[in-house]
Design a protein around this ligand. Structure first.
Ligand code: SF4
Length: 714
């Protein structure tokens, strides 16, 4: 007999539904590994992915029992070996340290850095513990590195976060405008869904904006290989042409937008000749982009890290949204501005307030009414929640450098690979007086910087919810006993809360009770999920908004797409045009650092390879890191295929075998971001990257920096 469990792929934000078929135990030989016990396949009944799955989802079970952290471990200093301890000893040490730090440095010396790998229940309990009970907003997550510019752009343009589109739009759009996203490799199932439509309907156009000729760009009707850092020039240039050709939706602009006059004034500075020159494309290409956009009834724009990970990420996001406002391409089938989320539960984290400026239910730390809502919901005294934004990811590094952080708790993420300016980050982590690292795997690059290791359960071992890019919430059910002494993240946070004297605040029987408490605080918020329960999700995934009113009375269309009624969450209900001039790269190339390094992802690997580095099929697919370089640049530097080259920026260096390819523009090189020190020697792309922050989202400019290439003498 076999049993089937429905769950979600734990990798990217596409959020593909998976079915796990548990095979008959009697047929399995010892030693029993999960991969021998189960078969993972796409869930045909899941509306987001319709049974499709990529190599990461298909092989996920293969990493579950490899290099797992199975006991709590402790050491007194980083130069000592870890010793196994009991949960009691580890939790006592943590609660003692938190109390000592509050007494000696104050609550703002406590920091937690979490993850889009958390389930929503983990996120919520962490917010309640830190922002509520402990009174510090110093909870930030790795979504700061990938999503925060999208959050900030949506909030500024529409008055609230939340991608307005849904995946069904991929099947009905007339024109997909993909910018700063190698969707074919990084969000393959979304891309496959659109490609099917693209192939079947000859009138459907695909415009791809990327300095590299990626797999996504290969099949585009128009590939705009712009000079890195000129995205806003391009977007304003398209707006100039749409306006001059009268492709604007005047009625929509008049009735549903603010700041149009200022925007109009700005785009006058972006005539085609100027824009084409700045972007290093032809005027004909720019005109073609405006033609495709202007003549399509339904335009769907999509973006990810190439837009968000920038010192002007929010400005780029809003400049994309400006084009939708100009043409009225929002709130209708097949159209809209769609941010593709990087992590499996980046969206759930946003709903639960998992950034240092947010509170659960799309609320803001700096809003007195929002703080009061939460204080009441959490039965905490008025004024308990700090009115100040907490430390962002990069502020935690700065806080460690200035000795202002006395306690750091890192969970389900690997900053010793994923942060920018990695040497500086590692130095800061090394100086931390007390770091707790909670993860499913050991070792990771970050475990080297921890004083206490806590074993966490992961996919297959815990039950909870995740929300994907199209706002669809899926229940991920456990089907496997936790390995060793691993516990769910939310249970660990709740136990520490109880030990710190908040026993009444963390009495949850299971994660469904946690979810119910969280859902209740979303009432009448843009992300209202008061109609969602674990029980209901066990019958199928649900999209928000999903209030707990009679289902018949809800306009089903409104759940699929936000802003179908053209009412935005701003004070006057209108969306905001946002006029931005282009600032360009935070670190442009110069004579000492003449190349622009851009970093990104490959199809098989996921982020810092904690799982995928342990999966043989994926290792074979991508055996080592590389540096893409144009043939003419390679020739000029006398570099031959596969030769190792040293790449230096103002902050550090790394070495990569070169991959000579005409798919990259001259003057630009590309390296994957995945390989940390566990998987390759000195090939960490983030040794080179720049920590310049977007002033609105505080997201670092991870995507591009100036480098020099040095041939290594044989
Ligand atoms: Fe998982 Fe993303 Fe692949 Fe879907 S596309 S199977 S969510 S990694």
């Amino acid at each position: 007999m076999s049993t089937i469990t429905k769950t979600l792929c734990p990798y990217c934000g596409v959020g593909c539904g998976l079915e796990v078929v548990r095979l008959d135990r009697d047929q399995v030989l010892e030693p029993i590994h999960l991969v021998d016990l189960v078969k993972v396949r796409g869930d045909r009944s899941h509306p987001s992915s319709q049974g499709m799955v990529c190599i990461k989802g298909a092989t996920v079970a293969e990493s579950i029992d490899k290099d797992r952290l199975i006991h709590p471990m402790m050491r007194s200093s980083l130069d000592r070996e870890f010793a196994q301890v009991t949960w009691e000893e580890a939790l006592t040490a943590i609660s003692d340290r938190i109390q000592e730090v509050i007494k000696t440095q104050g609550a703002d010396a406590l920091c937690m850095y979490g993850s889009g790998q958390f389930q929503t229940e983990d996120y919520y309990i962490a917010q309640k513990l830190f922002k509520g009970c402990l009174g510090t907003n110093n909870f930030d997550a790795n979504s700061r590195l990938c999503m925060s510019s999208a959050v900030s752009g949506y909030v500024k343009s529409f008055g609230a976060d939340g991608p307005p589109c849904c995946y069904e739009d991929l099947d009905i759009t007339d024109c997909a405008f993909i910018i700063g996203s190698n969707t074919a490799e990084c969000h393959p199932i979304i891309f496959n869904r659109f490609r099917k439509h693209h192939k079947q309907e000859p009138h459907v156009k695909l415009i791809v904006v990327d300095p590299r000729r990626t797999q996504t760009a290969e099949v585009a009707d128009l590939h705009l290989a712009i000079r890195p850092g000129t995205d806003i020039d391009l977007l304003n240039g398209i707006a100039y042409l749409l306006h001059s050709r009268d492709h604007c939706d005047r009625e929509f602009i008049q009735n549903h937008t603010n700041n149009y006059e200022q925007y109009l004034e700005l785009i006058k500075h972006y005539p085609p000749e100027v824009v084409a020159k700045n972007c290093n494309i032809s005027v004909a290409q720019l005109e073609m982009a405006a033609t495709y956009w202007g003549e399509s009834k339904r335009v769907l724009s999509m973006w990810s890290m190439g837009v968000n990970q920038s010192g002007e990420g929010t400005a780029k996001v809003q400049s994309i949204i400006n084009l939708h406002l100009l043409t009225g391409q929002i709130g209708k089938p097949g159209a809209g501005a769609f941010s593709l989320t990087g992590q499996p539960n980046a969206m759930g984290g946003r709903e639960a307030g998992g950034l240092s400026n947010l509170l659960p239910g799309y609320r803001f730390v700096t809003n007195p009414q929002h703080r009061a809502d939460l204080e009441q919901h959490w039965h905490l005294p008025a004024g308990q929640i700090s009115a100040h934004n907490g430390r962002t990811a990069w502020d935690i590094v700065r806080g460690l450098e200035s000795d202002e952080v006395g306690f750091l708790w890192i969970a389900a993420t690997n900053p010793a690979v994923s942060f920018p300016d990695l040497e500086r980050t590692k130095k800061a982590l090394k100086s931390s007086p007390f770091t707790v690292y909670q993860d499913a795997y050991y070792p990771t690059e970050t475990s080297a910087f921890a004083h206490i290791l806590l074993p966490a359960t992961q996919w297959s071992e815990k039950t909870g919810t995740m929300t994907n890019s199209e706002r669809r919430i899926t229940l991920c059910e456990s089907f496997h006993k936790p390995l060793g002494e691993a516990r769910d993240d939310w249970q660990i946070f709740a136990e520490v809360g109880r030990r710190l004297g908040f026993s009444g605040h963390f009495n949850f029987k299971d994660s469904s009770e946690v979810y119910a408490e969280f859902a209740a605080i979303t009432r009448d918020r843009p992300c209202d999920i008061t109609g969602v329960t674990h029980e209901r999700l066990s019958k199928g995934a649900l999209q928000w908004p999903c209030p707990d009113v009679e289902r018949e009375s809800i306009d089903r269309f409104a759940s699929k797409r936000l802003y179908a009624n053209l009412q935005f969450h701003t004070l006057n209900g209108k969306a905001n045009f946002a006029p931005y001039h282009s600032k360009g790269l935070a670190e442009p190339p110069d004579e000492n650092y003449p190349f622009v390094l851009t970093i990104g992802r490959v199809y098989g690997h996921w982020h810092t390879m904690t799982r995928t580095g342990r999966i043989k099929k994926i290792q074979q697919m991508h055996p080592h890191p590389f540096l893409e370089i144009h043939p003419k640049d390679a020739e000029k530097l006398d570099l031959t295929q596969n030769e190792i080259v040293e790449v230096k920026s103002r902050r550090g260096s790394a070495r990569f075998p070169i991959l000579i390819t005409g798919a990259i523009a001259r003057g630009v090189v590309f390296a994957p971001m995945h390989w940390g020190s566990l998987w390759a020697d000195n090939a960490e792309a983030n040794n080179l990257t720049h920590p310049e922050l977007d002033p609105c989202s505080f997201q670092p400019e991870l995507k591009a920096c100036a480098v020099v290439l040095i041939k290594i003498d044989p």
